[in-house]
Structure formats: structure tokens, C-alpha cells
Write a protein that binds this ligand. Structure first.
Ligand SMILES: [Zn+2]
Ligand SMILES: [Zn+2]
Length: 234
């Protein structure tokens, strides 16, 4: 058993985040592409297309909406070095943060290959290559796919912090936070009433122990709980 890099809970064997924090990170990676899309739609509407409800119906030529600089920075391409002590200003673009962390994780990932002489060698991956390109969605998919591996690295807590910073910066601009809907049945693992469904996330998660359930499994769980509490028929 190892300790979670963030809280006093224990992490599963060989991992560096407890199930609650690993689940939170997974949720953020699913949320980020959606938030980035909101940012783009809300703040970067093409000039000339009236943004509904904002410009009014006066009919005169309007200057384009002033674009929030923070949005331009977040959506810009750019470089970012996640190592402490680097000279970034704490406001790196989204894709730069995601790409830097993917590169960091890829470097630890043992890639099996053959050298020019045909000898099999295992060495660090040189680069992370997201299948859907170096976009917010592409990087989030990549990080999501490699998350089981990333959780085995001590850098997992730093990754959690970096993605958390991003999501909070973006939410502050879009004023959109996925709502949590508490559920009525107790968690099948820890028995507390902390199960909740979060908007735009498939799994149901326990906020206490981090246990996750698919919606269908939750339904069966509820049925079992009800059966257990039904008075025995004579
Ligand atoms: Zn934790
Ligand atoms: Zn639980």
C-alpha cells in the first residue's frame, strides 16, 4: 500500500493517487475538451457574426466583442515546461500544459523497439503522439489512455495539480461547473451515502472512497438494497 500523493487515503498497490483523486483527474480530462469548446464559442465568435443577445438589435455596425486576453492565452499554442523553477508565468495555454505532461509521461513509458542492427531494445518513448492531433481533445484522449500508467509514477500528484489548475482557470471564464447529483443508495464498497452522478460523466462515483460504478451496476445495486430491506413475506 502506498499513500496518495494528495490526501491521507491509501492508493491502490503501485499507484500514487487514491481512487478519489484518480477519479477526479479522469473526470477533468473528460471535461476539459467540452470546456475548451465553450471558451471558443463564447469568446471567439467569428467577427461579423452577431453574438446572440449581446449586441442588441440596433442594426448599426458594431465593433467585435472585446476578447478576454486570458481566453486568447488559454487557447493559444505555446510551450510550457512543467518542471518547478522554470520561468513560466503561471498562465500557460491549455494545449501546452497537456502536451508537456504527455511528453513527460511518454518519457517514462518503456517503448519496445529494435535498433538499426536489429537488436531488441527497450527505451523511453521519445515523444507522445495523440491520434487526433495536438488539440485539447487529442491530448486529453492521450492522457486519459495513459492514465493507468501515469498513476504508477510519482509525478501523478503534479499531473493532478496541473490539470486541476487548468480546469479551474477555464471554469472561472465559462462559469460552467458540471453539476453533481447525489444518489440515494449507499456506496456498495464503503457504505456511506456519497455516491453521485456528475454531468457529462458516464460512471457513478463515491466521493468518500472513490469506488466507481456503471449506471447499470448502480441500478442492480439499488434493486439489491431494496430487496434486502423488504419485510419478509409470510
Ligand atoms: Zn487522495
Ligand atoms: Zn464508497
Amino acid at each position: 500500500m502506498t499513500a496518495c500523493g494528495i490526501c491521507p487515503r491509501t492508493a491502490p498497490d503501485g499507484q500514487h493517487l487514491c481512487l478519489v483523486h484518480a477519479g477526479e483527474l479522469r473526470g477533468w480530462l473528460a471535461e476539459l475538451p467540452y470546456q475548451a469548446r465553450l471558451l471558443r464559442e463564447e469568446f471567439l465568435a467569428p467577427v461579423g457574426r452577431p453574438a446572440q443577445g449581446r449586441l442588441g438589435g440596433t442594426g448599426r455596425a458594431e465593433a467585435p466583442l472585446p476578447v478576454d486576453l486570458r481566453v486568447l492565452v488559454l487557447l493559444a499554442p505555446g510551450r510550457y515546461d512543467p518542471l518547478p523553477g522554470s520561468d513560466d508565468d503561471g498562465q500557460p495555454p491549455i494545449t501546452a500544459v497537456l502536451g508537456a505532461w504527455a511528453g513527460h509521461i511518454a518519457y517514462h513509458y518503456p517503448a519496445a523497439g529494435r535498433d538499426p542492427h536489429g537488436t531488441a531494445r527497450t527505451q523511453p518513448c521519445e515523444q507522445a503522439r495523440p491520434r487526433r492531433g495536438e488539440t485539447v481533445t487529442g491530448w486529453c484522449e492521450w492522457l486519459h489512455g495513459y492514465l493507468p500508467f501515469a498513476l504508477t509514477l510519482p509525478l501523478a500528484a503534479g499531473l493532478h495539480e496541473a490539470i486541476g489548475d487548468l480546469i479551474h482557470r477555464v471554469r472561472a471564464l465559462t462559469h460552467t461547473t458540471p453539476r453533481k447529483h447525489p444518489l440515494t443508495a449507499p456506496c456498495p464498497k464503503c457504505d456511506t451515502f456519497a455516491l453521485a452522478r456528475t454531468d457529462a460523466q458516464w460512471d457513478i462515483t463515491c466521493g468518500e472512497c472513490g469506488h466507481t460504478l456503471e449506471p447499470e451496476a448502480y441500478k442492480q445495486h439499488v434493486a439489491a438494497v431494496l430487496r434486502a430491506h423488504q419485510p419478509a413475506t409470510a
